[in-house]
Design a protein around this ligand. Structure first.
Ligand code: AMP
Length: 279
């Protein structure tokens, strides 16, 4: 396995090795990331995993500085998983000057939910993903794998790829969960033992919301308010718990099983967790 720390090294490592499959990550890899790697491996002639904590997608006051950086352990796991190339650029290599050229996603999709509570987040994501695609694929065809844990993100990226006619196939992977059902996340490491026990309540709340939404005559906005209040009563600070159309993330009309997703984001102590449930 090669580790490329610069764009130049990456291009050398990829030369003549066929069509890449890419898994973009911010590192601190867990089994959810590794599942993406396993899914991606047969989708290209070679597998590239990028590890880059992207400053552009963090708001002031968020955890950019404290975000766990565990490159050596990540590389060991990636090598064991059959990754061919790790692209782990330094900030000064990926952003040698302030990245003032950015990709602005459609506010109709990217301005709601995560984009509402983390303004600028999807601009940061789209900008780095566009740049990573350019570094890895160089405009040639390839495949990139994203997790459905970040449900809105994969929709925003699909729209970007479509509208810029990028020759990159976007494949998504199901959510990997801990045995108790908590969606795996690098940020789970911030939870105290008591919070870790409690953290499953977000997923439970989404299950309950989805189930209630399927009852005939369900008043979805009222159910969403109740779900948020119930979580708040348990000490969480919810940003949103909501039922949306899977394709557009708009309020569903009509409510039809198989086309919906319940999405939630809430803070437990100082840790912000997100989860979703397609139903
Ligand atoms: P991150 O390192 O958090 O930026 O995540 C990198 C990629 O892994 C993204 O496509 C995420 O959606 C995906 N991912 C992270 N956690 C999970 C999970 N529990 N299940 C599935 N995909 C995940």
């Amino acid at each position: 396995m090669q580790i490329a720390h610069t764009i130049t090294d990456l291009r050398h490592a990829l030369q003549g090795r066929g069509r890449p499959a890419l898994v973009p990550t911010m590192g601190n890899l867990h089994d959810g990331h590794l599942a993406l790697v396993h899914q991606a491996r047969p989708l290209g002639d070679m597998l590239v995993t990028s590890i880059f904590v992207n400053r552009l997608q963090f708001l002031p006051g968020e955890d950019f500085d404290s975000y766990p950086r565990t490159l050596q352990a990540d590389c060991e796991r990636l090598e064991a998983a059959g990754c061919d190339v790790v692209f782990a650029p330094s900030e000064s290599d990926l952003y040698p000057e302030p990245q003032t050229c950015t990709v602005q996603p459609d506010p109709a999709l990217a301005g709601m939910l995560e984009g509402q509570f983390r303004p600028g987040f999807f601009t940061g994501v789209c900008t780095v993903v566009m740049k990573l695609f350019w570094c890895v694929f160089g405009g040639a065809p390839g495949t990139a794998v994203f997790g459905r844990k970040d449900y809105q993100q994969q929709l925003v990226i699909r729209q970007m790829v479509r509208q810029f006619a990028l020759p990159v196939e976007i494949v998504t992977a199901p959510i990997s969960r801990a045995p108790d059902g908590l969606a795996l996340s690098s940020r789970n490491g911030y939870l105290s033992p008591a919070e870790r026990t409690q953290a499953i309540e977000l997923s439970r709340a989404l299950h309950a919301l989805a189930q209630a939404a399927m009852q005939p005559g369900a008043d979805i906005p009222a159910l969403e308010r109740e779900a948020q209040a119930a979580l708040a009563a348990r000490g969480w600070k919810p940003d949103y718990l909501t039922v949306r159309d899977r394709a557009t993330l708009r309020a569903p009309a009509p409510v039809q099983a198989g086309s919906l997703v319940a999405l939630g984001a809430a803070r437990l102590g100082t840790t912000r967790l997100i989860d979703n449930l397609e139903f």
